[in-house]
Design a binder for this molecule. Structure first.
Ligand code: GDP
Ligand code: MG
Length: 460
C-alpha cells in the first residue's frame, strides 16, 4: 500500500444529483474519520455504507468560504484493501453534486492529510497492486470514453480479460520454451537440451500466427475507439454540404449556390446502429482557386488521407467522376461513388455503380448509409468486440516489434544448417517476450506507466 493517501473527485464536474470523492492509501480511514462524523463505529465494516455529516477537520474550517464546520450530508463507503479498486484502503464519499460541494469535500480531505491525485493515479495504483493488467486499465479508459454501444461492449469485454486471454495464449508456449531452453543450458551441453528444432519452429510459428491475428484486428480497434472517418469530396457546388447535412440530420454546414462556400473541414460525429461515424464536409476540389480556398483544398487532401470511407460526389449528369481525378494520393479508404441532385434529372446510365442521391428529397441517403456500413464489414468489428480485443497504437507498436523479431528468428530456422544455439535463441525469445509483456504490463517501466496513465483523467 502506498504511504501517501490520494483524493480526487471521481464524477464529472457540473451539476448532478450526486458526486463521488474517492480517498485511497494507507491513511484513508484515518483521514476519513477526521472529516466524517459520527464515523464508522468501533469496528469498521468493509463495503458497508454509512450515513453522516462531512465537515472540516477540527480547527481547520475554511475561512475563505466562510463555512464553519458542516460541508454536506454524505454516504461514506469504506472498502478495505485488498478488496477495493486500487487494492488499498479506500473510502468513497457520495455527496451532493454540483461544482462546489465536491470540491469542498476534497479540500477538507486535503486539510486532513490527503494529497490531490494526479491523472490516472487510482488506476496506476490498481495496476501496481496487481488488481488489473495494463491493457485492462486501458480498457477502463476506453469504456469511459466510449461514444457508441459497440465501443463500450468491446471495452468491457477487454476489461473482463479478452485481450489478456489472447496474449497469454501467445506468451505461454514461448515462456515454456524459454524455461526449457534455460533449464537445458545449465545442465546439458547437447544440442537444444531435449527440445528439438522442429518443436521450437512449431512453437514460434504458432506464436507468429497469434500475433498476426491480433494485428489484423488493429484497424477494428482504431475504428471502435475513434469512429469511422467519412470524407465527402467532389467539385464545388456538387452538393457535398447538402448531403453532409442530410447524413448528420441537421443544418450543420452552410449550403449556397456560390462555388467555394465551404473552405474549412466541417466535422460532425454521429452514432448509427451503435457505431460512431465521423463525417467531414470539405472544400470542393478544383484547379486555381483563391488563396484561402486553396488552403481549404489542402485540408481536403489531408482529410482524405485519414479517411476510412471517401464519398466521391459527382453530378447526376456527369459521366465520369471529376473529384476522384483530383484526388492525388491513393488512399487506403473505401471509395463510394455518389451521384447528387438526382431530383433534377435522370442519372447517366454509366452511373450504375454509384449511389444515386438527392439532398432535396432525401432519396438514396438510406442506401448510402447501408453502403457505408457494408464497406466497414471487412474490419471485423464484431470479431474484435466478441473477443474483447481493442488494439490501440501502443499495443500495435509492441505487436509489430515482436512480429518482426519473431520473423527474424523463424528465418534462422529455415536453413537447418544455420539454426542458432540455445543461448542465442533464448536471448531472442526473451526480447520478444519482453515486447509482448509490455502490453499487459507483465514487463513495465516508469516510462510505460507514464505514457499509459498520463492520458487518463484525474479521479480515475
Ligand atoms: N435540386 C437540388 N439542389 C441541390 C441538391 N443538393 C444541393 N443542391 C443545391 O446545390 C447548391 C450547392 O450545394 P452545396 O451543398 O453548397 O454544394 P457544395 O459546394 O458541394 O458543398 C446549393 O444551391 C444547393 O441548394 C439536390 O439534391 N437537389
Ligand atoms: Mg460545401
Amino acid at each position: 500500500m502506498f504511504e501517501d493517501t490520494i483524493v480526487a473527485i471521481a464524477t464529472p464536474e457540473g451539476q448532478g444529483g450526486v458526486a463521488m470523492v474517492r480517498l485511497s492509501g494507507s491513511n484513508a480511514l484515518n483521514i476519513a474519520s477526521l472529516v466524517f462524523k459520527p464515523g464508522f463505529g468501533d469496528v469498521i465494516k468493509s463495503h458497508h455504507a454509512v450515513y453522516g455529516i462531512l465537515e472540516w477537520p477540527d480547527g481547520k474550517s475554511d475561512n475563505q468560504t466562510g463555512l464553519e464546520g458542516v460541508i454536506d450530508q454524505v454516504i461514506a463507503l469504506p472498502m478495505l484493501g485488498p478488496n477495493s479498486f486500487t487494492g488499498e484502503d479506500t473510502v468513497e464519499f457520495f455527496c451532493h453534486g454540483g461544482v462546489v460541494v465536491s470540491r469542498l469535500v476534497v479540500s477538507a480531505c486535503r486539510l486532513a492529510g490527503a494529497r490531490p491525485a494526479t491523472a490516472g493515479e487510482f488506476s496506476r495504483r490498481a495496476f501496481l497492486q496487481g488488481k488489473m493488467s495494463l491493457d485492462q486499465a486501458e480498457a477502463v479508459a476506453d469504456l469511459i470514453h466510449a461514444e457508441s454501444d459497440m465501443a463500450a461492449r468491446a471495452a468491457i469485454r477487454q476489461l473482463l480479460g479478452g485481450l489478456n486471454t489472447q496474449l497469454s495464449a501467445i506468451e505461454k508456449p514461448l515462456l515454456e520454451l524459454l524455461a526449457q531452453l534455460e533449464g537445458g543450458l545449465e545442465f546439458v551441453e547437447e544440442e537444444h537440451a531435449g527440445v528439438n528444432s522442429t518443436q521450437i519452429g512449431r512453437v514460434l510459428s504458432q506464436s507468429m500466427q497469434g500475433i498476426t491475428r491480433l494485428l489484423d484486428l488493429a484497424p477494428a480497434g482504431r475504428l471502435l475507439r475513434e469512429g469511422i472517418h467519412v470524407v465527402l469530396t467532389g467539385a464545388p457546388n456538387v452538393g457535398k454540404s447538402s448531403l453532409f447535412n442530410q447524413l448528420v440530420g441537421t443544418d450543420r454546414a452552410i449550403v449556397d449556390d456560390e462555388a467555394g462556400t465551404t473552405r474549412d473541414v466541417v466535422t460532425e460525429r454521429i452514432v448509427r446502429r451503435g457505431q460512431v461515424f465521423v463525417l467531414h464536409d470539405t472544400a470542393g476540389l478544383r484547379v486555381a482557386p483563391g488563396r484561402v480556398e486553396n488552403k481549404g483544398i489542402e485540408r481536403t487532401h489531408q482529410a482524405v488521407d485519414q479517411a476510412d470511407i471517401v464519398l466521391a460526389l459527382s453530378l447526376h449528369s456527369e459521366a465520369k467522376n471529376v473529384s476522384s481525378e483530383l484526388l492525388e494520393k491513393p488512399s487506403s479508404a473505401a471509395v463510394i461513388s455518389v451521384m447528387t441532385k438526382c431530383d433534377l434529372a435522370v442519372a447517366d446510365g454509366s452511373a450504375s455503380a454509384s449511389v444515386l442521391t438527392s439532398s432535396s428529397t432525401g432519396f438514396g441517403v438510406e442506401e448510402l448509409w447501408e453502403k457505408m456500413e457494408e464497406s466497414v464489414q471487412k474490419y471485423e468489428l464484431d470479431k474484435a468486440i466478441s473477443l474483447g480485443v481493442v488494439i490501440n497504437e501502443r499495443h500495435r507498436f509492441k505487436l509489430e516489434n515482436s512480429r518482426l523479431e519473431l520473423g527474424q528468428l523463424l528465418e534462422e530456422f529455415s536453413d537447418p544448417d544455420a539454426i542458432p544455439g540455445d543461448e542465442i535463441i533464448g536471448t531472442l525469445l526473451a526480447s520478444i517476450l519482453s515486447q509482448l509483456g509490455e502490453i499487459s504490463g507483465r514487463v513495465f517501466s516508469e516510462q510505460i506507466l507514464e505514457s499509459v496513465f498520463s492520458r487518463f483523467c484525474v479521479g480515475k
